[in-house]
Design a protein around this ligand. Structure first.
Ligand SMILES: Cc1cc2nc3c(=O)[nH]c(=O)nc-3n(C[C@H](O)[C@H](O)[C@H](O)COP(=O)(O)OP(=O)(O)OC[C@H]3O[C@@H](n4cnc5c(N)ncnc54)[C@H](O)[C@@H]3O)c2cc1C
Length: 504
């Protein structure tokens, strides 16, 4: 068997995408692959993207990152879920908490027991049975794999961190593993006449950098996949109305919460991401419904502490490239597409893309089957998340603002319409293929935004009513006990050497 291995990989761009790619590929391929990363300090990075979801732990593990060291270096905090305020109706609040909700009993998912008990007059919140939500609302966190003496799992978590510091952290790792960083601006892309593959990047100043494979991490500029190879962009603006964000950082006025907050406003929503040393805030909004000055004012009015940076406007388009891998270019990060940050999925998509690139890494033949499989898998990743985010916009009952009325009335993709209808009719949800969000995530958003099923699964009736009530009471008591034994989030961070501002 002969294998004509690729020797040179060039990553273009040094944002979160570029350095995540460099760190993971250098770890996986060692020095068998010469990796160079080109970035331009003058152009800079997008500078946002600070909330993650639990699979980030797997990524950091693969890099053998020590968690405490990483949290100290990135001003990181713990994230147990995202709290959504005013999304269903004004005044509503719910959490998309990580981890499970309730516990299986018999063959029916927990939601059916919950719905049956509700029909019988119980008034619990769904989240009374979520350990993550209860710990989050109590401001608690500790490492907990399972609740002792029970089959119940413990806490499932992710991180908030400073994106610039995370990139710096990964850069140091990648450089130690042999990645060569080149400072400079790419001025042009040279394509091979015979097949249109990228041959070299032409730098400002005239130098050309050649490679076998190019990873486009140039952010929204999309220099290689978009500009040079002219791969089209599929726009999802008809379902996801927001196209601007204004970002600002503020002082911490209290210990950081172990969860992200999202506040729906008139024409978009605001994020609040607590770090050790400051809070990240942003107003994501639709320019169709709101002007920039007004949007900035809404953001500033919603800060908890004084702003420490000037508000910065970021324009974006929601959608994805028609292909993520074309010829010898693979687009990773914002160059490949963007789903707005509502469920903190972009960094996860970078992670997925790098892992898939490693597992489908080409040789010099560039067999089109590799790219086809990669594209198929990445399309599934993007499209599954798309529907989940659209659900948040569509399932609203707010009649106080035009954007929300329009979102409630819009026709959603069939795949989503089908799912909502099935849940409404039966309380049933099925995770499709390997999609990111599990049934428990879909359920929390649907119930959180007032899509209440008309029926529950008949199997839930097999349990005698007294037993059902006892089962639910016990779950609440066990979870309450587990939460009470956890340390405060800020105390936990301090115990691993973090310097938390705003803590008493
Ligand atoms: C408003 C907003 C909020 C977000 N919040 C979240 C969140 O909470 N969670 C999450 O997971 N994701 C979030 N994201 C997405 C996240 O920010 C990105 O996925 C992540 O930062 C990766 O960006 P990137 O590396 O692809 O691009 P960038 O950070 O823009 O980096 C691009 C790189 O390319 C380089 N470059 C560009 N052109 C050239 C050139 N000609 N020559 C040389 N170098 C060049 C730049 O210098 C830079 O190094 C958010 C995005 C936005 C817009």
């Amino acid at each position: 068997m002969t294998q004509d291995r690729l020797r040179k990989l060039l990553i273009v761009g040094g944002g979160t995408a570029g350095w995540m790619t460099a760190a993971l590929l250098s770890r996986m391929f060692g020095r068998t692959l010469a990796i160079t990363l080109v970035e331009s300090e003058e152009i800079g990075t997008i500078g946002v993207g600070e909330a993650t979801i639990p699979p980030i732990l797997t990524f950091n593990d693969a890099l053998k990152i020590d968690e405490a060291d990483f949290l100290r270096a990135t001003q990181g905090t713990i994230k147990l879920g995202i709290q959504f305020n005013d999304w269903g109706r004004l005044g509503d609040s719910y959490m998309h908490a990580f981890g499970g909700v309730g516990h299986h009993h018999g063959l029916s998912p927990f939601v059916h027991y919950f719905l049956r008990a509700r029909a019988a007059g119980r008034t619990d919140r769904l989240w009374d049975f979520s350990l993550n939500e209860r710990a989050a609302m109590a401001g608690k966190f500790g490492k907990l794999a399972g609740i002792e003496g029970t089959p119940l799992p413990g806490l499932n978590y992710a991180y908030h961190f400073d994106a610039g510091l995370y990139a710096r952290y990964l850069r140091a790792m990648a450089e130690r593993a042999g990645v060569v960083r080149r400072e400079g601006k790419v001025a042009g892309v040279r394509l091979r006449g015979s097949d249109g593959f990228v041959e070299a990047l032409e730098m400002e100043g005239g130098e050309a950098i050649e490679a076998d494979l190019f990873v486009d991490c140039t952010g929204m500029r999309s220099l290689l996949i978009g500009e040079a190879l002219k791969v089209g962009f599929i726009d999802w603006g008809q379902w996801l109305p927001c196209d601007r964000a204004i970002a600002v950082q503020s002082e911490n006025v209290a210990p950081p919460r172990p969860y992200t907050q999202s506040f729906a406003h008139q024409a978009g929503w605001q994020w609040r991401i607590p770090l050790q040393h400051r809070t990240g805030n942003g107003h994501v909004y639709s320019s169709r419904y709101l002007g920039e000055d007004e949007a900035t004012q809404v953001l500033l009015d919603g800060l908890e502490g004084p702003a420490v940076t000037d508000p910065r406007v970021i324009r974006f388009r929601t959608g994805r490239r028609a292909k993520f891998w074309d010829r010898n270019v693979v687009a990773i990060g914002l160059s490949s597409g963007f789903l707005e940050p509502l469920e903190s999925t972009s960094i996860h998509l970078i992670q997925q893309a790098v892992v898939k690139l490693a597992t489908l890494f080409p040789d010099a033949q560039f067999d089109p089957a590799y790219a086809a499989e990669y594209n198929r898998q990445m399309v599934d990743e993007f499209d599954g998340i798309r529907d989940f985010i659209i659900l948040h916009y569509h399932a609203n009952q707010r009649d106080d603002a035009a954007m929300w009325r329009d979102c409630a009335a819009m026709a959603v993709p069939d795949s989503l319409a089908r799912r909502i209808e099935l849940f409404r009719q039966s309380g049933r949800i099925f995770r499709e293929q390997n999609e990111l969000f599990h049934e428990v995530g879909w359920m929390q958003v649907m119930i959180g935004q007032n899509i209440w099923p008309h029926r529950y699964d008949h199997m839930a009736d097999a349990l005698a009513e007294g037993k059902l009530m006892e089962f639910l009471d016990n779950l609440k008591i066990i979870m309450g006990g587990a939460v009470s034994r956890l340390p405060d989030h800020a105390a936990y961070l301090a115990s691993i050497g973090c310097n938390v501002k705003g803590a008493a």
